[in-house]
Structures are given as C-alpha cells and as structure tokens.
Design a protein around this ligand. Structure first.
Ligand code: UDX
Length: 483
C-alpha cells in the first residue's frame, strides 16, 4: 500500500464531525472545514456540539496527536487534501417533500474552483438518485485541475474525480458504526477513483469489511433503500400492533415469535410509538419525491402508507392516555418520559416523543417532559411545555406517566418510590421499555399499546378504534387487565 492520502471533511455536523474524528483515529491526517465559525471553535477546543457517546474523548485524543485539525478556510482544505469527504446536510425541503440540496451545491461550488491538483471528491450526504452525476459535471466544469476535460474522466486521478460513498451510521453508535461498518459502498466512475477510495478506507477494509463497488446511482440508492426497508419493518410491526389492539392480542409476543424465523429476524421489529429522527422520516419522503420525478412513483406508493402507519402510532398513544383518564385530557397533569427520538441521543428532529407531548398539550393537558440529555434541544423545538432532567423533581401530583423514549434511566425507575409521588398510579409504556409485571405488583395500572388491555373495542367504521377502557384508577383495574 502506498502513502496515506490526506483527508478533508466538509461540513462538521453530525456526520462530518464523526467522520473526521474517526478517520483521524484510524491514523489519517484530517482537516475539517465548516462555514459555521462557532462550530469550528468548539470542535477545535475539544467540544462536540451534540450528544454522542465516546466521540468527545476521541476528538480530544486526536486533537492532541495533531492528526485532526479544523478550519473555516476552503482554500486551506483544497490545498491540503487528496480526498475530500463532503458531509453537509440534505434536510427535508420546507414543503415536506424532497431533499434540500442547497448546502451540498454551495459546498461543491465553493470547493471546485479551488481544486488545482488531482484529487478525489467523495459525497457522503444522503441524496436523491442522480445527484452525483450532476455534481460530477459541476466538478468537471469548475475545477481548474479538470480544465478542458470531459465530465467522464476514466483514466486515473489525472484531474478531479467524484465518488459516492453513503454513510449508514446510527446516532448513539456513531463511533462504532464508523470504525466498524457493516459494509462500504463505493459509487465510482473510474478504477482510479476506486483505488483512491480504497486507500482512504484501507484500515477499515483490512478488517474484512465487504466493499461493494458500483456506479453513482446504485450507491445513492443503497442508502435510501436501506432506510426505506428499516422504516418498513418498523411500520409493519406497528401495523400488527394496530391489529393486536382490535382483538386484544399481544404484539410483543407476536414480534418475538416472528423474530425466530431467520428470514425475518428480530432487528427493527420493536413496536412502539414509531420511528423518528433526522434520517428515516425525511429519507422515505425524499425517496418518494424522487421516484415521482423519475416517473416510477407507483413503485414507492407503499412508503406513503409506511409514513401514515408511523404517524398513527402517535395518535394512538394520545387516545390510550385519554381513555385511561376517563376520556378527558384537559387539565390532567401528565409526566412524559422522553423527548429525544431515541435513547442515547439529544436529537429531537421528528421525535415521536415530542410529537406526542405536543398533541397531549394541545388537547389541554398540563405536560411536563423529562429527558436526561435532550431537554435543551426540546425546549427550543417545543417551548410550550415544562421540562426537567430528572423524574423525582416533577412527579408530584401526576395523573399519568407516559414513557415515550426508552432511556435506561426510565427502565430503572423504582415503581414503588414513584408511586408515592404521583396522584394516580397510571403508566402508559409506549416503547415497551418497562417490566409491566413489576409495575403492576407495585400497584400501578400498566398499559402498553399493542398489548392486551382486557377491553376489545367495537369496530367503528371510518374511525380510529378508540378504547373504551374502564376507569383506570388503581390496582384493581390493573389486576383486571393483567390476564
Ligand atoms: C438510521 C439508520 O439506522 C442509519 O443506518 C442511517 O444512517 C440513519 O438513520 P438513526 O436515525 O440514528 O439511524 O436511528 P435508528 O437507530 O435507526 O432508529 C430510528 C428510529 O426508529 C428511532 O426513532 C427508533 O426509536 C425507531 N425504531 C427502531 C423503532 O421504533 N423500532 C425498532 O425496532 C427500531
């Protein structure tokens, strides 16, 4: 293997910061750039601007070695880099349909004119299929190193070339997923580009990680297809939860039984309040928008259904809380456990937990949200409710506790102790995170969507089934539903 390429990372958000730190950890010299000066200052000072386990320690260690540096100068990265990783965000467009590529286009247009020597530009952002081909044309047009060349350079890295390398990292596991990915996908247009990418991932490839080498469009599609499949699995089991509710069956047992079939598997089969976050929801919507543009919208029509099933879970939790409180939420004091879209994250983008908190508050409930990490972000996203970082401080006089994010801290709550603080021992475990028997033994009414409640709703045409639960006031009601 030849000398190690020098790497740059453009955009130091979630993906870019993680990628920069991990590539330095793998031994590369890395220079990362962002247009946001305050972000660069914080990162240079060893501070990660979001919550991600292990990342801050690795950042500080690699700053100390000098392998990792940050800058706001595109000139500097153009001068420095052999391989430039583009990691800017591609958020949902304000119309809710389709990806906003303005940050990506701006980054390419700023970088390209500065690229005066041969190098590889690698797109990592999640983009609609066909985007990479357009970026390759822009690079061919704007990069001085390509002056006079065609868009399709197929010899070696004589000029500036493009590759597409989608990223599959999960929040909360970003470091492990980046250092030890399941697979690497290289969308390339030349053997030289493949060679440069292999050099940039040599330590990862050496672990035996499978490398799939393909064209741009396939590489782009792998990412959206993977996220669509994951979303489909979650909505599938949540759809089963809806059916379970109609016959008083148990979706958790159903999911467990399904999971033993190796063709199905148990991952991403956890029912609950549905998926959220900065990827799955926006990616399935952008994928449909792109399929519509390509004239194959019909092939992805099912994703609309996946989205709708997902959103119905939020209403369902609200219905369940209301039914358990004798049909009314007005002025009820509700203790909501969780704001982040999932545990080990401070991300509240498209968070089902915050969406439910919002719905509960709009229905007139007095809502207090507890989250160990995400409260600052949640306060900005949903200012109208009360927040706390711990349960005990705010549990007094609660009429119901609603668990919406499965933080470990919540699973470890002591039902007996909490029972002494609340007004009414009623808990709705929307993520199936708690040991229901333990809570019932401590005198709580424990309810979980998709699990038997003891009451079969009569089907009402054209209407969501609304559970006519008996007044859930105490241990007796709990016992009745325990069977
Ligand atoms: C996801 C993909 O997993 C990742 O590969 C991609 O790069 C980005 O999007 P992330 O958004 O970090 O990652 O979270 P993930 O762990 O996948 O969970 C997504 C959502 O689905 C969360 O809201 C989670 O609570 C929910 N989920 C997940 C379920 O409701 N049930 C499950 O069984 C699994």
């Amino acid at each position: 293997s030849g000398p190690r390429p020098r790497l740059t990372v453009i955009g130091t958000g979630y993906l870019g910061a993680t990628h920069a730190v991990c590539m330095a950890e793998l031994g590369f010299e890395v220079l990362a750039v962002d247009v946001d000066h305050s972000k660069i200052e914080r990162l240079s000072a060893g501070e990660i601007p979001f919550f991600e386990p292990d990342l801050a320690d690795l950042l500080r260690a690699n700053l100390a070695t000098g392998r990792l540096r940050f800058t706001t100068s595109f000139e500097e990265i153009a001068e420095f880099g052999d391989v430039h990783f583009v990691c800017v965000g591609t958020p949902q467009r304000p119309d809710g349909y389709g990806a906003d590529l303005s940050h990506l286009n701006a980054a390419i247009e700023r970088l390209a004119p500065l690229l005066t020597r041969p190098c590889l530009v690698v797109g990592k952002s999640t983009v609609p299929a066909g985007t990479a081909a357009g970026i390759a044309r822009t690079l061919a047009r704007l990069a001085p190193a390509n002056a006079g060349a065609d868009a399709d350079i197929v010899s070696d890295l004589a000029g500036v070339q493009l590759a597409w390398n989608p990223e599959f990292l999960r929040e909360g596991f970003a470091v492990a997923d980046t250092l030890h990915p399941d697979r690497l996908v290289f969308g390339v247009a030349s053997p030289a580009a493949e060679g440069a990418l292999r050099a940039a991932f040599a330590p990862v490839i050496a672990q035996g990680v499978p490398v799939i080498v393909t064209d741009y469009a396939t590489a782009e599609l792998v990412k959206t297809a993977a996220n669509s499949f994951l979303a489909t699995k979650i909505s599938f089991i949540n759809a089963m939860a809806e059916v379970c509710e109609a016959v008083d069956a148990d979706v958790l047992t159903l999911a467990e039984a399904l999971s033993h079939d190796v063709r199905i598997g148990g991952n991403f089969l956890r029912p609950g309040v549905g998926f959220g976050g900065g990827c799955l929801p926006k990616d399935i919507r952008a994928f449909q928008a792109r399929a519509d543009e390509l004239g194959v919208g019909v092939a992805l029509r099912f994703l609309r259904e996946i989205d709708e099933i997902n959103n119905r879970r939020r209403d369902r939790v609200v219905d369940l809380v209301a039914a358990a409180l004798d049909g009314t939420l007005a002025r009820r004091r509700l203790l909501v456990l969780g704001a982040a879209f999932k545990p080990n994250s401070d991300d509240v983008r498209d968070s089902p937990a915050l969406a439910v908190a919002d719905l509960l508050a709009r229905t007139g409930a007095d809502v207090t949200v507890v989250d160990p990490v995400a409260t600052p972000n949640a306060r900005r996203a949903l200012p109208g409710v009360t927040y706390s970082e711990t349960v005990e401080d705010v549990a007094a006089d609660a009429d119901a506790v609603v668990l919406l994010t499965e933080w470990r801290q919540f699973a470890e709550l002591d039902p007996a102790r909490l029972g002494q603080l609340v007004r009414r021992k009623l808990i709705i475990d929307a993520r199936h995170a708690l040991d229901g028997d333990r809570w019932r033994q401590a005198g709580w009414v424990y309810l979980a969507p998709g699990r038997p409640t003891g009451v079969i709703p009569s089907p009402v045409p054209e209407q969501r089934p609304r559970f006519g639960l008996p007044a859930a006031t105490g241990p007796d009601g709990a016992a009745a539903r325990d069977a």
